[in-house]
Design a protein around this ligand. Sequence first.
Ligand SMILES: [Zn+2]
Ligand SMILES: [Zn+2]
Length: 215
Amino acid sequence: MRRWVCPSCTGGVNAPERMHHDDVRRFCLACSKGSTRLVRRACPALEKTSARQADRSAARRVEKAEERKREDAARFEACGVDVRLLSEELWRAFPIGRGRPPALRLRRVQSGAVFGRAYFQRCLISIGVGPSATNPQLSCTVLHELAHIYVGAPMLNGRRAPHGLAFNRALRAAAKRAFAVDLPLGSGRGYDLTRRIERVLIDRAAVVLGAAVPS
Ligand SMILES: [Zn+2]
Ligand SMILES: [Zn+2]
């Protein structure tokens, strides 16, 4: 049984917590007589409970959101950084990098260091991180894949030339902006420039780009 009280005359009745919505005990008939509408009684105890429940579910929602954020950060964490943020940061090193950064897929691999793949039609880069991955390798691989997205699929004599001159020029300019690594283009073909950039980053020991993931 609960106390149901009229807000106008403060008179009350004892009635169950749950009643039919038109149960007569929900209304103060004395006050209703002087009004064109039924005057509804309130149940302060129930109102307090529902306010508490609302508070509790708001707190739960906040907690859930924070948990999701933590899970999300963990999903994209590698080598002490949030790889998604790293990718967004490195994307800005390309001249058109002010647009939306490519989507990122992060995979854990069982062996090796860092592997990358770019799907320029889907505007997606896929990064595989192995147990021996280091931050400089990761940074260099992400930049390399972003350069693929930026350049697209250049053709040379009717064949795809993914690591051609256009690619290496874009990579060189981006490495200069992102890491202040200013290297000569060299042959401008293949992985040569990528390897040299990576070596400089490894020698520097710690290029921690991207927001550090709180531990
Ligand atoms: Zn009343
Ligand atoms: Zn490549």
